[in-house]
Design a protein around this ligand. Structure first.
Ligand code: SF4
Length: 325
C-alpha cells in the first residue's frame, strides 16, 4: 500500500469545522450553518449530532440566531440577506477563498472582464462570481475556452476556483491565451496550496499503483479531481469512497499495489478505517509517499475570536493542526 502525504484536512477546512464546534460550545445549540460547512458527509453528520442545523439559505434561519457561513464562501448578497434578517453571522470562508474574492473585486473595479475558471453551481464559484456578477463569465472547461465571448479582448483576466485540477486549469488558460494574448494572470495562484499538494502526492503514488482509492464525498471538488489525476498519471483504476465499507471486492482482483489518499475535507479517522479494511484484505504493508510538509494554521473567524475573548482558551486563537480530526 502506498499512502499519499499530504492528504486530508487542509487549514481552511480545519478552521471551518473548529469554528462550528466552538460556536456550539460558546453559544449553545442550535447553531445554524448555511450549506455544508465543508463537503464531507461524515463531518456534517457529526456536527449535526452536536447540535448544528444545516440550511440551504439564510431565510431558513430564525431571526437573531447564529449562522456560520461555510468554508466555500458567500456572495455579498448572502451577507446582506443575513444582516437584513438580524442574524449573528460567523464567516468561516477559507482565507484563500477570500483572497480570490478580493481579486475579483479589484479587477472588476478596474473594469476588467473576469473569466472565472470553475464548475457551474459549485458554492465557491457562486460566491466569487457574486462579488462582481456584471464582470464575470464562467469558463467550465478547456473546450469552453474556445467559445467564450468577451467584451474587450485586451481587458480580460482569469481567476479560478481553488480546488481544480492544476493541469486542466493550465490547459484552459493556454487555450484562452491563444485567443486573447493580453489575458492577465491572477496576482498569485488561485488553486490553493492544499489542492496542489494533494495532486502532486497522488501523481507520485499513481504511477506505481494498480488501484487508487480516494476517500472523499461526491460533492467534494478536490476529492473528485484526485480520482481524475490518479487515472491520468498511471493508476490502472481509481475510485472514490466516503467510507471503507464501500470498497468492492472486485476492485482488488489482481491488484498488487493500492494507493490511498483523501480530499481536503476528509478527517483522518476515515482514512484509518480504510487502511484497516485493506490490511484485512492483505494490504497491510504500508509505505508513506511524502511529497510536501504542511503546517499552515488559520486563526478562527474574527466574530468568534471577539466573542471568545476572555475565555482563556488557546484554541480561540487558532484552529487545530492540519491532519487532526
Ligand atoms: S481546499 Fe484550499 S481553499 Fe479550500 S478550504 Fe482548503 S485551503 Fe481553503
Amino acid at each position: 500500500m502506498l499512502l499519499a502525504a499530504p492528504r486530508g484536512y487542509c487549514a481552511g477546512v480545519d478552521r471551518a469545522v473548529v469554528a462550528v464546534e466552538k460556536a456550539l460550545e460558546h453559544y449553545g445549540a442550535p447553531v445554524y450553518v448555511r450549506k455544508q460547512i465543508v463537503h464531507n458527509i461524515h463531518v456534517v453528520q457529526t456536527l449535526e449530532k452536536r447540535g448544528a442545523i444545516f440550511v440551504e439559505e439564510v431565510d431558513e434561519v430564525p431571526p437573531g440566531a447564529h449562522v456560520v457561513f461555510s468554508a466555500h464562501g458567500v456572495s455579498p448578497a448572502v451577507v446582506q440577506g443575513a444582516a437584513d434578517r438580524g442574524l449573528q453571522a460567523i464567516d468561516a470562508t477559507c482565507p484563500l477563498v477570500t483572497k480570490v474574492h478580493r481579486e475579483a473585486v479589484r479587477f472588476a473595479r478596474d473594469d476588467f472582464e473576469i473569466l472565472l475558471i470553475g464548475h457551474e453551481g459549485h458554492e465557491e464559484v457562486e460566491g466569487t462570481a457574486g462579488e462582481a456578477p456584471e464582470h464575470t463569465t464562467l469558463v467550465g472547461s478547456p473546450d469552453e475556452a474556445d467559445t467564450v465571448v468577451v467584451r474587450d479582448p485586451d481587458k480580460v483576466v482569469w481567476l479560478s476556483q481553488t480546488t481544480l485540477s492544476v493541469d486542466e486549469t493550465m490547459e484552459t488558460v493556454n487555450r484562452l491565451r491563444a485567443r486573447f494574448p493580453n489575458l492577465q494572470d491572477p496576482p498569485s495562484d488561485d488553486i490553493c496550496y492544499a489542492t496542489q499538494n494533494r495532486q502532486v502526492a497522488i501523481k507520485k503514488v499513481a504511477k506505481n499503483a494498480d488501484l487508487v482509492i480516494v476517500v472523499g464525498s461526491a460533492n467534494s471538488s478536490n476529492s473528485v479531481r484526485l480520482v481524475e489525476v490518479a487515472l491520468e498519471y498511471g493508476a490502472k483504476a481509481a475510485y472514490r469512497v466516503d467510507y471503507a465499507h464501500e470498497v468492492k471486492q472486485e476492485w482488488l482482483d489482481g491488484v498488487n499495489t493500492v494507493g490511498v489518499t483523501s480530499g481536503a475535507s476528509v478527517p483522518e479517522v476515515l482514512v484509518q478505517d480504510l487502511l484497516d479494511e485493506l490490511a484485512g484484505a492483505g494490504y497491510g504493508d504500508v509505505e508513506t509517499v511524502i511529497t510536501a510538509e504542511e503546517d499552515l494554521i488559520f486563526s478562527l473567524p474574527k466574530e468568534l475570536r471577539k466573542d471568545m475573548t476572555g475565555k482563556n482558551d488557546a484554541r480561540a486563537l487558532g484552529g487545530r493542526r492540519s491532519g487532526a480530526e
